[in-house]
Design a protein around this ligand. Structure first.
Ligand SMILES: Cc1cc2nc3c(=O)[nH]c(=O)nc-3n(C[C@H](O)[C@H](O)[C@H](O)COP(=O)(O)OP(=O)(O)OC[C@H]3O[C@@H](n4cnc5c(N)ncnc54)[C@H](O)[C@@H]3O)c2cc1C
Length: 305
């Protein structure tokens, strides 16, 4: 096989690809925003690639990167789709890192604390040392107050049955929020912003710009759209998903098919499943109660019970 001569640009010249016209994946808009809760929002403010050949989506950047490894081959749209789905199924990572999303978001501090644990994003946050914290607080209604779960020590999904307890919780938050005028007064009396803010509750809102590549955002979404994540951060993750879907529809569909709504089995679970298919009881080969609960959940999802 004869290697093709590399095409070199003449000094001072710019090479342009003879492609179809380019279109903006955000449709010419600077911001796509979804409101979350009373005061929060997730706004998509930029994407890389921003411009793609007409008729394509930003999925094209995933395909473009992958074809460096796999060669040009054929390039029909359905084959591009197949390639993205193959890459997702086989947990390839770097082609998905070729797409980036930049968001502007506002969320309660207790949500931001969980969010910031995701270390692969670039973040620029509102400074409560430099600026006054706005008078915005996350407040649930009494019927949104959840009781502690008996099985999941970290969570609670069911509403608290007792109305007076729900009202007591709301009153407790209202008392915390009622500190805000004191915060303002202390600022007026010359207390530094960096100190005055520390008495405010963590249902106060912060905001940031958050930029991350698609591979790491999908990891974030997998963890934070999961039923084990706190509902309030889940609502943000769902808003992100909704904003990203039209930009990389093929990747998001593959993510839903192979990861978000897929079920991964451990070796012990495969053994238990095989035993069941042979007509045996199929008990999981461990006494670990958490692992057994996880197998119960998976069996329910698989419709085995
Ligand atoms: C339901 C739930 C409950 C949680 N409960 C707790 C809790 O009780 N206490 C607590 O402290 N945290 C808790 N967390 C946070 C959790 O432990 C992780 O810190 C968080 O989800 C970020 O995950 P990550 O490190 O995989 O993601 P990212 O920081 O986004 O990193 C993505 C991936 O990049 C790689 N990576 C990133 N940085 C490094 C590094 N320095 N070295 C090597 N590899 C790296 C890893 O492969 C990682 O998975 C919880 C998370 C969830 C979803």
């Amino acid at each position: 096989m004869i290697a093709e001569e590399p095409v070199r640009a003449a000094p001072g010249s710019i090479r342009t690809e003879p492609e179809s016209p380019l279109v903006d994946v955000m449709g010419g808009s600077a911001r796509h925003e979804i409101r979350v809760h009373q005061h929060g929002f997730v706004a998509l403010v930029d994407v890389m690639p921003r411009l793609v050949p007409e008729g394509k989506t930003a999925d094209a950047a995933i395909v473009q990167a992958a074809r460096v490894s796999y060669g040009q081959g054929t390039k029909r749209v359905n084959e591009d789709r197949g390639l993205v789905r193959y890459l997702m199924r086989h947990r390839h990572t770097t082609p998905f890192e070729m797409v980036e999303f930049k968001f502007h978001m506002s969320m309660p501090i207790f949500v931001a604390r969980q969010w910031i644990r995701h270390r692969t994003a670039n973040v620029n946050e509102y400074s409560g040392r430099y600026s006054i914290i706005p008078d915005h607080f996350w407040m649930p209604s009494a019927d949104e107050v959840r009781q502690q779960s008996a099985t999941n020590r970290q969570g609670g999904e069911e509403p608290i049955g007792d109305a007076s307890t729900a009202e007591a919780f709301v009153a407790y938050l209202e008392r915390a929020v009622s500190l805000y005028p004191e915060y303002e007064q202390l600022l007026e009396r010359g207390v530094s912003r960096e100190l005055a803010r520390v008495g405010l509750p963590i249902n106060a809102y912060t905001q940031w710009y958050w930029k991350c590549d698609l591979h790491n955002i999908l990891h974030f979404l997998e963890l934070r759209m999961d039923a084990h994540a706190q509902r309030e951060i889940r609502e943000y993750a769902e808003a992100m998903y909704a904003l990203m879907e039209p930009i990389v529809p093929v990747a998001m569909e593959a993510f839903r098919d192979y990861r978000l709504e897929g079920v991964t089995l451990t070796r012990l679970e495969v053994d238990a499943l095989r035993a069941r298919l042979r007509g045996e009881l199929g008990v999981l080969g461990t006494s670990n109660s958490r692992e057994r609960e996880e197998w119960d959940e998976k069996r329910t999802r698989l419709g085995l019970d």
